[in-house]
Write a protein that binds this ligand. Structure first.
Ligand SMILES: Nc1ncnc2c1ncn2[C@@H]1O[C@H](COP(=O)(O)OP(=O)(O)OP(=O)(O)O)[C@@H](O)[C@H]1O
Length: 875
């Protein structure tokens, strides 16, 4: 596309208004035209005049494209002079451009590709339009030649230029020098122009580097425009600039080359500043974003470096400060991790002194800690040690309750019965009230599982106003569990007593030692003697843990032990304990416990208590539950069954099919078929040779049958074999029984080979108390006489036929009642135990107290019956 002076110079053109900025000669533009402007341009092209005059509107609008200047007409109709009207709407100098091509865009506009040839001045309004047609004067050819420093500056008028002065109307008054370029000395002017040109080129280069968008322009420019032509350079620079329309118009109107260059330079300078600013902003934003990341990375690195160099001095100081603070709190009597607990009130009692030895140890360790390397193993050892030293609740006590009535209320709240235990506790409280302190009494609760030994422990603590802690010593072999490890061990810790003290946050907690009867015997020292040291009030005011290495006063702790049986408790321990026996519960007691405690608790747990008409389990169903499903001394499996029922009730109620009452009829839906359908192996009268005995073990009391049968008859002394997992003591009892029976029934027994069996063979049985039962079974066999069916017996038998006392009277009586017998036989020496039993346990029972085997036989065989005949000879 050639441009410039070769193009025709029509003196009338279609006039279009430009909204935002004027166009400069030499440029190709894609100009969007309004619909009317496009159709006017179309018409021009059709008429073979593909030209437009493009004038910047005085009041610029947003639209950068070309439009028809229809306002001119209305202005003229308002009696304005036509040229004045046009110059009121647009600037007087514009661009003469050739339309190369028109293309419709989807949004209803038309894109016109125009090439700007030269400047024109608006000279007249040939037709107000719309579309308006203007009479125009074309600017002369702009030529710049400088030869040997002499400027030849032409502005040759070409062809008919209308002859009118080029500037009219509202144009700003021309600048000095524009009218008279010759005013400057040609020589100087040439230098100025060159200097300005160079500067503009340099600036444009910079722009291109700053913003790649300009690169395209530059490329175009270099191809088409002679840089050496300052007029064209100025126009190019202006076209590049994103400046205000008014500034650009000024450059458009400027005739003087130097002045035009100056304006152009000013514009590109601004452009460069703008580009720089733009770049700075974008860099800043980028920096900000990456800055955050950087800070994080650097911090991490710093940490790593500090760690590497062991420079975490600050941390160490903070740790030391922490201990100092704890120490202060301890000395003021505030425990470091003081928590809110129910016993706290004004009367809280403080003995806030840290023992001298402990204080010395703490101070010493603090000094040591300050000198140690933060990452050394020893630092951590020392730190752990200080943790423990400062975590012991030195001198802190919870206020104890010495109110008998209140203690009784608390104890009764959680547990039914257990009167022996409660009585003992109330004694403690009463003595404490008189003496001022409960000195470490060791209670030992002995009884079968599930009778509430552990759970009453926490009630006792509550009743006495002490914190509750427990740990099990069952199966404990290592003395270190009690006395702690020496600090030199990796992962060393204090023993369980001090751990309990730390957890209790007070020096007078109730500490429950579970399963003291199952204490192991150790290889590394004897746990029993360590426990002795812990429990003995004479020693434990200076309990020395291997780890802590500083004596701790445990004399204000109250120790309670639990055990299932007494005889495996190490004797030295047992000697110092006060044993309270819990025998287990019979049916009525279980019913009471279930209704008063287990059921409400289980229902609450299952969320059943919130309902208005909450479901209930009727007494008969409970009775069936106890008899058929949970034959045990305690109530643990009864509790589980009730919880199971509660869950199923909850499920039913959620499903929308609630069950209101659990009775005997629907009980099986909840717990299945009874596990113990019958109470007795021989529901009716037992056959010859079978006798019901009473036994008890760690699981509570139970009835057992002893069965004797003759196997064969041979020559010689009678023989006896036994089965049923009998222990050695019971084995011996049977030999004693046979020996004694032989002294009386020698002829009946002669040559008899007998077998004694104790059914439920899977359960190990031991103890001497089956002696009378085995002997009676042998007599029954020897004399071929059955014993009374409603009798159960217990008692040790000596060789000479004396009946010796036994243990577990209450358990055995309960077991006898459970089996439905009405007569019980026991050694006369146990009569006192029996008399002390609660009346309801004795109701309906006939006791027999035997001192000799004759007494036993008297009770076992109906005296009114004829004397037992000799047994028939076996086949
Ligand atoms: N007399 C009672 N009154 C109320 N609840 C009781 C009574 N006896 C036992 N319980 C309840 O029975 C459950 C079992 O009791 P606990 O665990 O204390 O038995 P334990 O004698 O310590 O058994 P183990 O020897 O196996 O430790 C507890 O939930 C307890 O509350």
């Amino acid at each position: 596309m050639g441009y410039g002076d070769a193009a025709p110079r029509p003196d009338r053109v279609l006039g279009l208004g430009l909204g935002r900025r004027p166009l400069f000669p030499g440029m190709v533009h894609s100009l969007s035209l309004s619909r009317e402007a496009a159709s006017a341009a179309q018409a021009e092209m059709k008429a073979g005049r593909p030209y437009v005059g493009l004038f910047l509107r005085r009041e610029s609008n947003k639209d950068p494209g070309g439009e028809l200047l229809s306002e001119i007409r209305s202005r003229i109709e308002n009696d304005e002079d036509a040229l004045d009207a046009a110059l009121g709407v647009v600037h007087g100098t514009g661009a003469f451009a050739q339309i190369h091509n028109l293309q419709d865009t989807p949004d209803g506009q038309t894109q016109a590709l125009v090439l700007v040839h030269r400047r024109i001045d608006l000279a007249s309004v040939a037709d107000a339009g719309p579309p308006p047609r203007f009479g125009v004067t074309h600017w002369p050819r702009e030529v710049w030649e400088a030869e040997d420093g002499v400027v030849i500056e032409h502005q040759q008028p070409q062809a008919a230029a209308g002859g009118k002065p080029p500037f009219r109307g509202r144009r700003r008054s021309p600048k000095k020098g524009t009218e008279a370029p010759q005013a400057e000395a040609p020589r100087v002017k040439a230098d100025v122009v060159r200097a300005l040109s160079n500067e503009i080129v340099a600036m444009i280069r910079e722009l291109v580097q700053l913003n790649p968008l300009y690169r395209e322009h530059m490329h175009f420019f270099a191809q088409r425009i002679d840089i050496a032509d300052p007029y064209k350079l100025a126009d190019f620079a202006c076209a590049l600039a994103t400046a205000e329309g008014a500034d650009l118009q000024r450059a458009l109107e400027e005739r003087d080359v130097a002045e035009r260059l100056r304006i152009a330079l000013e514009l590109v300078l601004k452009e460069r500043e703008l580009s720089k600013l733009q770049q700075e902003i974008s860099q800043e934003v980028e920096k900000k974003i990456s800055g955050q990341q950087r800070t994080f990375m650097l911090n991490e690195q710093l940490k790593a470096i500090k760690k590497e160099l062991g420079m975490e001095q600050d941390d160490k100081e903070a740790i030391i400060a922490k201990y100092k603070r704890r120490l202060e709190q301890l000395e003021q009597g505030v425990h470091p991790s003081d928590h809110h607990h129910h016993h706290q009130d004004e009367s809280e009692e403080w003995t806030s002194v840290i023992p001298r030895l402990a204080k010395e140890a703490i101070d010493e360790e603090l000094v040591k800690l300050a000198t140690l390397e933060k990452n050394s193993a020893e630092f951590n050892v020392t730190r752990n040690y200080l943790d423990w030293l400062t975590a012991i609740p030195w001198g802190r006590h919870t206020p104890e309750v010495f109110d008998v009535g209140e203690a009784r209320r608390v104890l009764d709240e959680d547990h039914y019965g257990m009167d022996d235990v409660k009585e003992r506790i109330l004694e403690l409280v009463a003595v404490g009230k008189l003496v001022g302190a409960v000195k470490g009494k060791i209670l030992c609760l002995v009884g079968p599982p599930g009778v509430g030994k552990t759970s009453i422990g926490s009630s006792i603590a509550k009743a006495l106003g002490r914190e509750f802690q427990r740990f099990s010593v069952g199966g404990l072999h290592d003395v270190a569990e009690i006395k702690g490890h020496r600090r030199t061990y990796v992962g060393a810790m204090p023993g369980k007593p001090l751990q309990a003290l730390k957890a209790a946050k007070s020096c007078n907690p109730l500490v429950l030692l579970d399963e003291i009867d199952k204490l192991g015997s150790g290889h590394g020292g004897d746990p029993a003697s360590a426990l002795l040291e812990l429990l003995d009030p004479a020693q434990n005011n200076g309990f020395l843990d291997h780890y802590l290495d500083v004596p701790v006063d445990l004399s204000r702790c109250l120790f309670v032990c639990t055990a299932n049986v007494e005889h495996t408790i190490p004797t030295p321990l047992l000697d110092r304990m006060e044993v309270v026996r819990l025998a287990g519960y019979d049916l009525e007691e279980k019913l009471a416990i279930a209704t008063q405690h287990l059921m409400p608790a289980a229902f609450k747990e299952a969320g059943l208590d919130v309902e208005e008409d909450a479901p209930r389990i009727v007494d008969d169903a409970l009775r069936a539950l106890v008899k058929g499903h949970s034959r045990e001394a305690g109530v643990r499996s009864l509790q589980k069954l009730i919880e199971k029922i509660a869950r199923k009730l909850a499920l039913a109620s959620v499903k929308g099919d609630p069950v209101r009452v659990v009775d005997e009829n629907n009980l099986e839906d909840f717990v299945g078929k009874p596990k113990f359908p019958k109470d007795r192996l021989y529901p009716d009268a037992p056959p010859v040779g079978v006798v019901m005995g009473l036994a008890w073990n760690s699981m509570g009391g139970s009835t057992i049958y002893v069965e004797a049968a003759s196997v064969s008859k041979k020559e010689g002394p009678p023989k006896l074999s036994t089965t049923g997992q009998l222990g050695s003591v019971m084995e011996e009892s049977s030999r004693v029984a046979l020996a004694h029976v032989r002294t009386r029934y020698a002829s009946d027994l002669e040559g008899l080979e007998m077998h004694v069996h104790v059914p439920e063979g899977a359960t190990p049985k031991d103890g001497p108390s089956a002696g009378v039962t085995i002997a009676t079974a042998l007599v029954s066999l020897a004399t071929n006489t059955p014993v009374r069916s409603d009798l159960a017996m217990t008692g040790e038998l000596s060789l000479t036929g004396r009946v010796l006392p036994i243990g577990g009277v209450k358990e055995k009586v309960i077991a006898a009642r459970r089996a439905g017998v009405t007569q019980v036989l026991m050694p006369v020496d146990n009569q006192r135990d029996y008399d002390e039993l609660a009346d309801y346990l004795k109701e309906g029972l006939t006791p027999h107290f035997a001192s000799t085997f004759d007494d036993v036989l008297g009770a076992a065989f109906d005296r009114s019956a004829p004397p037992p005949p000799p047994p028939p000879p076996p086949q």
